[in-house]
Design a protein around this ligand. Structure first.
Ligand SMILES: [Zn+2]
Length: 105
């Protein structure tokens, strides 16, 4: 299974987990319901971000340099489909870097 298929499956699983955790909003008393929901949502998103940081690398469209990013950078940087707004460590320009699975260029 390639990394893009895994990514789609993991995103679907994350959505299911988050939707399932919303059930607690109607079961638990306030504010525990919100605490559980936000905790599950944050944990799920952080796990997804951590995995994508390890599984994907990025290529600068200006100079062609390929680089990896930290999970924290992955979490806060804006993205569109397979592009992410990052600073290229080689040419130092802010670019919409193109993501691709590691081990494949
Ligand atoms: Zn560059």
């Amino acid at each position: 299974m390639d990394a893009n298929t895994k990514k789609t499956i993991y995103i679907c699983l994350a959505v299911v987990v988050i939707l399932f955790s919303s059930v607690f909003l109607g079961i638990l008393p306030e504010p525990y319901d919100l605490v559980v929901f936000i905790s599950v949502t944050l944990a799920t998103v952080l796990l997804l971000v951590r995995w994508t940081s390890k599984a994907f690398a990025f290529r600068c469209p200006k100079c062609g340099h390929e680089f990896e990013i930290l999970a924290t950078v992955n979490f806060i940087s804006p993205h569109l489909e397979n592009k992410k707004y990052l600073r290229c460590p080689h040419c130092k320009r802010f670019v919409w870097a193109i993501g691709f699975p590691k081990g494949r260029s």
